[in-house]
Every structure is written in structure tokens, then in C-alpha cells.
Write a protein that binds this ligand. Structure first.
Ligand code: ADP
Ligand code: MG
Length: 404
């Protein structure tokens, strides 16, 4: 499923190229009270495409959403601080237009020098963006002569800046989307090197059921940790104390366990659940911090225990491909990051021998927070989009781009 790339757009010199990037970054207040970018990751990920276009002499017009302004201007969700940070990362000036579309934005785009870069204001200040409105898409298209989509993280949404806009301009995918598709494609189409092991964690079983169901038939082992494990363990009748449970999903959990058992019998896919747990009275209360096999009623499980981690590592040792989605414990709060840290470190040590692909917003944040992102083969910039893509769902933003 190769999409037309930037090279398909022909001569770029002097052309206004409208680029959809994903600059939906966390912001923080600086010492002087101004808004600043708290995490550069998504800006870094967009640099190769921006540089490629700029070096080819294009006039680069960047558009993105930021946060949830609900279709109205919200000064605290302006992209101005993002444009400022982008200029630092690029080492060259970046213009900013406080309008997204209209005369001022068109003028700013036309005034760019060859190789110049402009950021227009937050797409979601306009209701037409999320509604995929043809008028809004036409107004966006008026900013450029060519269109590039490099916002993998929003491709699962049919929004104007990724979907309807492609009806107006010759379109192509950017370098980030190319790399995402290259990295995640083998998981989607079943061509990943075997054994393929999936490490699945995170808060909620509900959000992971589709990926579990999609992957059980084409995976060699699934290692489960995180909060989602406790709904499965409760469905097995195990004591889980005050751990997070989705009681409405107990029947589904039972079905998943049954289908995993059948699959294990027929084709040897193992589903491994934790059998020991790091517990405490609560996230902010280390009373009773311990490693146990049965979670007492007045404790919650907040991380995978060491015996389970040792078992996980035995399985991971044999893997040729690992897809990791969802932290194994409450990694944001030490000491409950240890299980996630241990598994991530083990995978980092196998780089070159086993391909590790990380998907999911919090898993990616965990890998970065632990300083291990560079030791993974690919850390997807798409949270929901990467999961849906791996499951085999069609992403409207990708479907809208022409095939190579
Ligand atoms: P991702 O974004 O990578 O798909 P999720 O959003 O599914 O991951 O889950 C991430 C959250 O899961 C984190 O905030 C983490 O604290 C939480 N979590 C992990 N383990 C547990 C646990 N045992 N109990 C409660 N929350 C957990
Ligand atoms: Mg998440």
C-alpha cells in the first residue's frame, strides 16, 4: 500500500506547499509566564519533511491542530509558541500567522521567500476542521499549490486538513508517514519476522480489546500487564483486591481468554498474564508496598511483579519482532515504573537482533521518559492511529492520499 511521496509532486522550487503536520504538543508555562513547548518529540518527527521541502526551495506552509479548542479561538491553544520552538529546532526563522485561513494567511503564504517556513494558527479554532467541511478544506487549499500530509497521528480522523483538502491539490505523503507505514505495515499485513511477541499494557482493557482480537491469530505470544490485566485476572477468578477493573467487560474478558486458549491449542500462541504483582495502598500511599501473588483486598496492583517480569523476558528473548503497546505499570509514578523500565531496557539491549516497535501515546512517552526511545527500532507518533493501523482498519487520512 505505498502512497505517492514528495518526489511525485515534481518541481518544488518556488511552489507553495501546504503541509499537515501533527504539532499537538504538550505546553507548559515558562519562568516568565509565557507558554512553551513541554515536549519536542512531535516537532522533531516533522523536521525531515520540512527540511526536504525547504531545501528544495518550496514555500512551506505548515498547519496543525493543538488541544481541543472546540471550534473557537482559544489564546492558550495558539500555535505561536510552537512556531517559536520550531524556529529554534530548524535553526532558521519561522513565520507565524495568527489566522488559519483567509486573506491574511494567504498573504503570509505568498510573502514567504523560497525555502521559507510559515505556521498558520490552530486548525481547530474552526468548526469546519473536525466536520471535514468542503468550504473549510477549500480555504485551506487556497494557501498552497501542492499538499503533503505528514500527520500520521491524525490519519484515523476524516478531518478537513487530512481528508477533504486532498480533493483540491496534488497530494502526497510526507517522510514521517512513509516511515510509520514502513514500520507498522509488517504488523498490519502479517509479514513481521517471527516469533512476533506483543507486549500489551495500559489502563483499560476496553481500549485494547480490538487490538487483542486482531493480533491473537497472527502472533506467537502476548504478554499482558498494566491495569488491563486485572479485568482478565478477575475473569479467571483471581483475587485482585482494589486494582482497577472494568466489571462490564468481565464477559468479554472470559471470551478473550477462551479464544486465546483455543488459539494456544491450535497454533501455539501463548497469552501470558502476570502472576505476581507490586501492590500498595494507593498511588500516593506506599503503605503495604509489597510483591504478592494474591492482591489483598485493601491493596491495588500498580506494577507487574518480578517473577512475571522474568517470565516475560524468557519469551522476549526468543522474539524477532516485538510490538509494545501500553505501559506495564503506573510508569509516571516511581517506584511503579520499574516493570516498564525493565522490559524496555531488555528490548533496548536486543536492538539489532530483534525489531521493537512501540505504539500508543503513553508507551511512547514512557520510552522517552526512561531515555530508551532511541534504542527502539520505531516509536510511533500515532497513538490511536497506530493501533487502528496495526489492527488492519482503514485510516481515512491515508485512504485520501493517492497510491504510488
Ligand atoms: P497507551 O497510550 O500507550 O496506549 P494507555 O493509554 O492504554 O497506554 O494506558 C496508559 C496508562 O495506564 C498510564 O497512565 C498508566 O499509569 C496506566 N496504568 C498502567 N498500569 C496500571 C495499573 N496497574 N493500574 C492503573 N493504571 C495503570
Ligand atoms: Mg494513552
Amino acid at each position: 500500500m505505498a502512497k505517492r511521496g514528495i518526489e511525485s509532486l515534481g518541481e518544488l522550487k518556488g511552489k507553495r506547499v501546504l503541509v499537515r503536520v501533527d504539532f499537538n504538543v504538550p505546553l507548559k508555562r515558562g519562568a516568565d509566564g509565557s507558554q512553551q513547548v513541554a515536549d519536542d518529540y512531535r516537532l522533531e518527527a516533522a523536521l525531515p519533511t520540512i527540511r526536504r521541502l525547504s531545501e528544495a526551495g518550496a514555500r512551506v506552509v505548515l498547519m496543525s491542530h493543538l488541544g481541543r479548542p472546540k471550534g473557537e479561538p482559544k489564546p492558550e491553544l495558539s500555535l505561536a509558541p510552537v512556531a517559536a520552538r520550531l524556529a529554534e529546532l530548524l535553526g532558521s526563522p519561522v513565520a507565524f500567522c495568527p489566522e488559519t485561513v483567509g486573506a491574511a494567511a494567504q498573504a503570509a503564504a505568498s510573502e514567504l521567500a523560497e525555502g521559507g517556513v510559515l505556521v498558520v494558527e490552530n486548525l481547530r479554532f474552526h468548526k469546519g476542521e473536525k466536520k471535514n467541511e468542503p468550504e473549510f478544506a477549500a480555504a485551506l487549499a487556497a494557501l498552497g499549490e501542492l499538499y503533503v500530509n505528514d500527520a500520521f497521528g491524525v490519519c484515523h480522523r476524516a478531518h478537513a486538513s487530512v481528508a477533504a483538502v486532498t480533493e483540491h491539490l496534488p497530494s502526497a505523503c510526507g517522510l514521517l508517514i512513509e516511515r510509520e507505514v514502513e514500520a507498522l505495515g509488517p504488523l498490519r499485513d502479517g509479514s513481521a519476522a517471527r516469533p512476533l511477541v506483543v507486549v500489551l499494557g495500559g489502563a483499560k482493557l476496553g481500549t485494547k480489546i480490538p487490538v487483542l482480537e486482531a493480533l491473537i491469530p497472527r502472533t506467537d505470544a502476548i504478554l499482558v500487564g498494566g491495569g488491563m490485566a486485572y479485568t482478565l485476572l478477575k475473569a479467571q477468578g483471581k483475587p485482585i483486591g482494589g486494582s482497577k477493573v472494568e466489571d462490564d467487560l468481565l464477559d468479554t474478558a472470559t471470551q478473550i481468554l477462551e479464544s486465546a486458549r483455543t488459539r494456544a491449542r491450535e497454533q501455539g500462541c501463548q497469552l501470558v498474564l502476570p502472576h505476581d504483582h507490586v501492590v500498595a495502598a494507593g498511588l500516593d500511599d506506599l503503605t503495604g508496598y509489597d510483591v504478592v501473588e494474591e492482591v489483598p483486598s485493601n491493596r491495588m496492583a500498580l506494577d507487574v511483579g518480578p517473577a512475571s517480569l522474568a517470565e516475560f523476558v524468557q519469551v522476549l528473548r526468543t522474539a524477532k519482532t516485538v510490538f509494545w503497546n501500553g505501559p506495564l505499570g503506573v510508569f509516571e509514578q516511581p517506584p511503579f515504573h520499574l516493570g516498564t523500565h525493565y522490559v524496555a531496557s531488555f528490548l533496548a539491549g536486543r536492538q539489532g537482533d530483534c525489531r521493537t516497535i512501540v505504539g500508543g501515546g503513553d508507551s511512547a512517552a514512557a520510552a522517552r521518559q526512561l531515555g530508551l526511545a532511541d534504542a527502539m527500532d520505531w516509536v510511533s507518533t500515532g497513538g490511536g492511529a497506530s493501533l487502528l493501523y496495526v489492527q488492519g482498519e482503514d485510516l481515512p487520512g491515508l485512504d485520501a492520499l493517492p497510491e504510488a
